[in-house]
Unconditional design. Structure first.
Length: 477
């Protein structure tokens, strides 16, 4: 319920009023209260003046409806008595104790409380929201401002040191800060020292912090920053689901203890999991994902790079786009090479490293896609990056799929279909079991920029496939 006011409003009764009547008719002025309702009332005082000019009777009423100059009223308010009134008796709007009480800056204190110890400010049209049921003391060092804010702690007599500002903002506990429409800690009663800043921000655990529009921090001492960021869940345990976790970014989420999710849509759903980058995900305990759309989906897996994916236990995916599926394995989406310009010695004063360390690269092993040995003319290719050459030391043929494999297939290797056997002449493949390997020496010692492997002669079988593996090193030219 809210109160409405009219400056210097005073009229007289146009009709007599019995003590049981619920309407009164004025001599005029009813139109000034045409917006009166059960939620927006005008407080009027009926009064009688004797021949000496003294008021001898008064009654306070609430106007809840108006039709012309006829007012619908609730009688006998604020301890006054309903009584009969004559035509010509006065009607005016005055400040009353209840109206002032709803807007008072310093509430009345219990007699046993030291007034000097209280520093409490509450501003609201409905002060009942600021007086928690069952508490014995007013809140010290507390500021509460807004439409129907609430400050409550069902477990403690001391709920001071809090700031609750905003329409329907709510603080549950001591040392709480809730600023923004519907901001605060609407769930649970153990939200001491929590902070919620922003519309619909929720900090619903001890020491939790939520900043932005609609973030939610349900884990103890957790942090949620950004639109719709979330730590833990309303139904979870604040000490087991999101305790100490951090989610920062629009839609970022961290659901387990000490998880970290940074970036729009980043998700860390494992214990101590870390996801950094837009739409990155670390969905297993102790997993780490760094880079946009990177994903670490197995325990202690690590993915670093755009679209990198580590999906096996303790695996590592490094660079753009690799997918590691071997437990404890590592794949790279980048090619190690000997640089044309040696790596700098460093930028820090006094830092040096051996020249050989700055002019070296690891040997590379490059494998083609599977080549169908039952189809003559089937090809697979590998191309080097621009300005780089591969120097081949050996060529391996590894059988990767076999079902009733047989016959005498042959393969050749060259740069293109014009010279298809320049690097390896048509050579028989004798291995048929999966994992079988044959090694060959290349016909070329110079660097190459492209590789084309072809099935020169077809073998037989339902399935008969091989990958061709090139070992050597890559150099930038």
């Amino acid at each position: 319920m809210r109160y409405a006011f009219i400056n210097n409003f005073e009229q007289i009764l146009a009709q007599a009023v019995a003590d049981t009547d619920t309407t009164i008719t004025l001599d005029g002025g009813g139109s000034q209260m045409s917006n009166a309702s059960a939620d927006l009332v005008y407080v009027l005082t009926l009064f009688h003046v004797d021949s000496n000019g003294n008021e001898t009777a008064r009654e306070i009423v609430h106007v809840t409806g108006v039709s012309g100059d006829t007012l619908t009223v609730e009688r006998a308010k604020e301890g006054t008595t309903a009584q009969a009134w004559a035509v010509g008796d006065g009607v005016s709007q005055r400040l009353t104790a209840e109206v002032l009480g709803r807007y008072e800056l310093l509430p009345r204190l219990p007699a046993d409380h030291d007034a000097e110890a209280i520093r409490w400010v509450g501003l609201d049209h409905d002060m009942s929201k600021l007086t928690p049921t069952g508490l014995q003391y007013w809140a010290a060092d507390t500021l509460v401002i807004g439409q129907a804010p609430e400050l409550y702690d069902g477990a403690s007599e001391y709920w001071g040191g809090s700031t609750v500002v905003g329409s329907w903002a709510i603080g549950r506990g001591s040392g709480v800060t809730a600023v923004g429409a519907y901001a605060g800690s609407p769930y649970g009663d153990d939200c001491d020292e929590s902070t919620a800043l922003g519309a619909y921000a929720v900090a619903a655990a001890l020491g939790a912090t939520a900043v932005g529009a609609m973030p939610e921090a349900f884990g103890e001492k957790s942090i949620a920053i950004g639109y719709d960021a979330a730590v833990g869940s309303q139904s979870g345990d604040p000490q087991a689901d999101g305790m100490g976790a951090i989610a920062a970014g629009a839609g970022a989420s961290a659901t387990k203890n000490y998880g970290v999710a940074l970036g729009a849509g980043a998700s860390a759903s494992g214990v101590e999991a870390v996801a950094v980058g837009r739409q990155s995900g670390a969905s297993a305990d102790y997993a780490g994902a760094l880079g946009p759309a990177s994903a670490a989906t197995a325990v202690r897996a690590s993915a670093f790079g755009v679209f990198a994916r580590a999906s096996a236990v303790e695996s590592v995916a490094l660079g753009p786009g690799p997918d590691t599926t071997l437990e404890g394995g590592m794949t790279m989406g980048a090619l190690p090479y000997v640089a044309k310009v040696p790596v700098s010695a460093g930028w820090e004063s006094g830092y040096t490293s051996p020249a050989a360390c700055r002019q070296s690269a690891a040997q590379v092993v490059l494998a083609t896609h599977a080549l169908d040995l039952t189809t003559a003319g089937d090809t697979v290719t590998l191309d080097m990056p621009a300005n780089a050459m591969l120097f081949i030391d050996s060529i391996d043929v590894v059988i990767v799929a076999s079902d009733t494999a047989g016959g005498s297939p042959e393969i050749s290797v060259g740069p293109d279909d014009v010279t298809p056997a320049a690097y390896l002449a048509s050579t028989p493949v004798t291995k048929t079991a999966v994992g079988g390997r044959e090694s060959h020496t290349p016909l070329v010692a110079d660097g190459v920029t492209s590789l084309r492997v072809a099935t020169a002669v077809a073998g037989t079988g339902t399935t008969y496939q091989a990958k061709i593996v090139f070992r050597g090193y890559v150099m930038e030219l």
